[in-house]
Structures are given as structure tokens and as C-alpha cells.
Design a protein around this ligand. Structure first.
Ligand code: 6PG
Length: 260
């Protein structure tokens, strides 16, 4: 049974499910519900997937015929909240993996799938092109585009998207997508920024497994230190923010939860 609770003001809510499988299932159900409602309301659904292992399990479920038939794929625009600077063919590519795991198995029109163009000259060029693509598809030019569903993960080090501890992208308040040098990984990534995340109608942070327990407790209950724990800075302006976690990930939390 899922348990839910409200987190302190501005931090969203926490939804706890039993295990990794239940987590993937709950995320897949949210994907169906949000895309369906968005298409009914506005004719199109704008979603951003994240990298990591949890969305892959969600994707495997979405690829099953019973699920695939419930998603309005023909009107769903798919982006990624971050990407590694590798070719789509690489197993490190978030978009490439999602395509291989499920997007090629569902009736999603190829023109509605929007990977970061990692064949451009540099991550900076890739970030500029990705921001333009988001603006073109959303039709929003001056203001911040609004994703209907924006998925995020949380790394063991507290990063989210490719907003890593003590990196420059944490300071970005204007651009919606930037390239981010990640010295701790010796690499550069392309990532959504906090302002783009904050504008979303629904942000879902997927956190599963015992290895995340200590970090999750520091992020949700520890003293504010978003430079060290970028996931603490996940906020939404008007939309909803849900931390969808499995029980193992909650092991170090002291929060009281209520069944539902
Ligand atoms: C990436 C991800 C990253 C991921 C977290 C959690 O490309 O590395 O987007 O931010 O979401 O590291 O990953 P897991 O779901 O595998 O724990």
C-alpha cells in the first residue's frame, strides 16, 4: 500500500511505495494519467524523461501493449531532462537507452522524440540547440516553457538531472538548458536548469533502493545546503512536486507518514 505525506512548505509531497517494481508501476501510471489529461486539455503533452535505471523500468512497462495503448503517443512530445555527451548509439546515452528499451516499441511518431543533438560541435552548442527545440515544440518564446510531466532522479551524491554538486549550472537563473562541466566525473553534460524544472506542471522525482537512503534523508530533512545537495533545490512555482520513492530509500528518514 502506498503512503503519502506532505513535506515542509515548498518541498512537495512524498509518496512511498513498496519496492522498485511498484515504483516503476506508479511512475508508468502517472505517465498515462498526465499525458492523457494534457492532451485532453491542450491537445498535446510535453514530457521530459530522466536518465538512470528507474525510468528504464518504467519504460519497460510502458512498452507492454496494455500500457502503450493507454498513452496518447501521437500527441506526446518526449524530451530528456539531462543527457551525457555521447552518441545516441552509446549505452551511456539517456535518450538512446530509452529508445532501445521502449520508445521504439510504442507507437510514438519519431518526430515527437527529441534527443539532445550530441553530434553537434560541443555541449554548449547542444544546449543552445536543445533550448531552441523546446521553445519551438512548446511554442513558448519569451517565457519559460511548461512541461506537463518532468521526471527526475536523485544520484547517490545528491545530484539531479545533470545538476551536480558545486557545478556552474546550479547558478543558472535565465537559460532553460545549459552545458555543465562535471569535474568529479571528468565530463560535460547537457541539463535542464532549475528555472525550467520549476515551471513544470508536475515534477516527479523517482528514488529507489537502499543505497539512496542516507542521501534522501539529507536532502529532505537535513540542513539546507543545495550546493552540496542539488536535489534540495528542486522546487515548482505553480505545479506539483512529488518524490516517488520505494520503502528501502526511506530507511534513514524520520518523517511520519500517513497511509492512503
Ligand atoms: C543521469 C541521470 C541522473 C539520474 C540519477 C539517478 O543521466 O545520470 O539523469 O540524474 O537520474 O543519477 O539515477 P538512478 O535512477 O539510476 O538511481
Amino acid at each position: 500500500m502506498a503512503e503519502s505525506m506532505k513535506l515542509p512548505e515548498g518541498r512537495g509531497s512524498l509518496l512511498i511505495v513498496e519496492d522498485g517494481e511498484a515504483l516503476a508501476l506508479a511512475a508508468a501510471e502517472r505517465f498515462v494519467a498526465v499525458t492523457t489529461a494534457a492532451v485532453a486539455a491542450r491537445g498535446t503533452a510535453l514530457v521530459a524523461l530522466s536518465g538512470g535505471s528507474t525510468p528504464k523500468r518504467m519504460g519497460s512497462l510502458l512498452a507492454q501493449p496494455a500500457f502503450a495503448a493507454r498513452v496518447p503517443w501521437s500527441a506526446t512530445e518526449v524530451f530528456w531532462s539531462d543527457e551525457r555527451w555521447v552518441p545516441l548509439a552509446s549505452s551511456e546515452s539517456n535518450a538512446g537507452e530509452a529508445m532501445r528499451v521502449f520508445l521504439t516499441a510504442v507507437p510514438a511518431p519519431p518526430e515527437r522524440i527529441h534527443p539532445v543533438a550530441t553530434d553537434l560541435a560541443s555541449p554548449a552548442a547542444g544546449a543552445v540547440a536543445y533550448a531552441s527545440e523546446i521553445r519551438r515544440v512548446s511554442g513558448v518564446n519569451g517565457a519559460t516553457p511548461v512541461f506537463d510531466l518532468l521526471l527526475l532522479g536523485m544520484g547517490d551524491d545528491g545530484h539531479t538531472a545533470s545538476l551536480f554538486p558545486h557545478t556552474a549550472a546550479l547558478q543558472e537563473r535565465e537559460k532553460i538548458v545549459v552545458a555543465n562541466v562535471v569535474p568529479q566525473l571528468g565530463t560535460e553534460r547537457v541539463t535542464f536548469t532549475y528555472p525550467l524544472i520549476a515551471a513544470a506542471r508536475e515534477v516527479l522525482v523517482l528514488v529507489g533502493g537502499a543505497a539512496k537512503a542516507d542521501t534522501l534523508a539529507r536532502v529532505l530533512e537535513g540542513p539546507p545546503d543545495p550546493e552540496t545537495l542539488p536535489s534540495q533545490q528542486i522546487r515548482v512555482d505553480q505545479g506539483s512536486l512529488t518524490w516517488l520513492v520505494d520503502r528501502a530509500a526511506t530507511a534513514a528518514l524520520s518523517l511520519q507518514t500517513g497511509q492512503r
